[in-house]
Write a protein that binds this ligand. Structure first.
Ligand code: BTN
Length: 329
């Protein structure tokens, strides 16, 4: 019934539909319509109500702009500059070049479309126009280089918290597959690629680029990606715009970067860890290993117990959950 009401409102997004009309077409009482609308609102759908006119699904602006993103940043945000691009090969590549030519800590680059979005291990990240959020941040955190891996952990938590804030319906449905893939309802909705930028002269890591790609309403994926990729909004309208999501994610990442590896962030990560309690396989050199995931340690490592009972913490690499079939990203 809620879905039917949402679909009816979606078909006339931006226009009012009377409660009576809705009730009649669905064969329910007006009170039942009101109750369902209230419940949809609690899930995050922006529905206006007017005594005379009825209910209307608001038009959420989903145009990504510098102004829109900036207007959603919190007061005192650590995001120092916002650059929004219509189309770019990759926001990470753009951010890298910018970092090398003086781009400052907290610079946010967002794009509506990436023509050559990059994923980990040389994979591409499908980045169609208008339906996803592709963003990168330049970070020059005042922290030991060894803590830079915590940025990826921070990103994954930032994405979960931002989506949960803006879309209460997603609460309890988001999970993180170590180390940095965010899943919703069993499908990967977000990938994260963090890269170090080394100064030409110093040869040292001068900044870190952290890139986040989120499938907000992307419904079509290539055959290679369609087995695992998913999207936040699979049906109905958007409950939030990409500019708001972008600002919220960036604010969380920048706040977490102030105190990399804070216990609160690790705890938030642990609570959403999808691999904990599962059997997994992973590669050590050329050897395929198996083990049981005990949890996440204080530095974001994956604690695995091997069949002989030895415990080790994995720091990087790909881990596959053992189910009836193996899944990975
Ligand atoms: C992965 O899942 O393998 C990581 C995907 C990372 C994609 C994001 S989109 C924004 C930024 N720009 C890129 O080219 N890649 C990252």
């Amino acid at each position: 019934m809620k879905t039917k009401i949402l679909n009816a409102l979606e078909a006339k997004r931006g226009e009012y539909l009377s409660g009576e009309e809705l009730a009649e077409s669905l064969g329910v009482s007006r009170a039942a319509v009101w109750k369902a609308v209230e419940s949809l609102r609690k899930e995050g759908h922006k529905i206006s109500a007017s005594t005379n006119k009825g209910y209307m699904l608001e038009t959420v602006s989903d145009i990504l702009t510098e102004k829109g993103i900036s207007s959603h940043l919190k007061p005192g945000s650590h995001v120092s500059r916002v650059i929004c691009l219509g189309e770019i090969d990759s926001t990470n590549s753009y951010a890298k070049k910018l970092a090398l030519s003086g781009g400052i800590h907290g610079t946010l680059i967002a794009a509506n479309h990436q023509t050559a979005g990059r994923g980990r291990r040389g994979h591409t990240f499908e980045s169609p126009a208008g339906t996803g959020l592709y963003m990168s941040l330049i970070l020059k955190p005042d922290a030991d280089i060894s803590r830079f891996q915590m940025i990826t952990i921070a990103d994954a938590v930032a994405v979960c918290l931002a989506v949960e804030d803006l879309y209460p319906k997603a609460r309890g449905k988001l999970g993180i597959k170590w180390v940095n893939d965010v899943f919703m309802n069993g499908r990967k909705i977000c990938g994260i690629l963090t890269e170090a930028v080394t100064g030409f002269e110093s040869g040292e890591i001068e900044s870190v680029i952290t890139g986040i790609g989120i499938n907000v309403s992307t419904k079509k994926f290539s055959p290679e990606a369609s087995g695992i990729a998913g999207t936040i909004f699979t049906e109905g309208g958007l409950a939030f715009g990409r500019d708001e999501l972008c600002a919220r994610v960036a604010d969380y990442v920048m706040d977490f970067a102030e105190d990399l590896g804070s216990p609160a962030v690790i705890q938030a990560y642990r609570e959403r860890s999808l691999l904990t309690g599962h059997d997994v396989t992973f590669m050590r050199g050329d050897e395929r290993m198996s083990g049981h995931v005990e949890g996440i340690d204080d530095t974001g490592g994956l604690i695995v117990r091997d069949p002989s009972g030895n415990i080790e913490a994995l720091r990087s690499g790909e881990v596959f959950m053992i189910r009836t079939e193996e899944t990975g990203s």
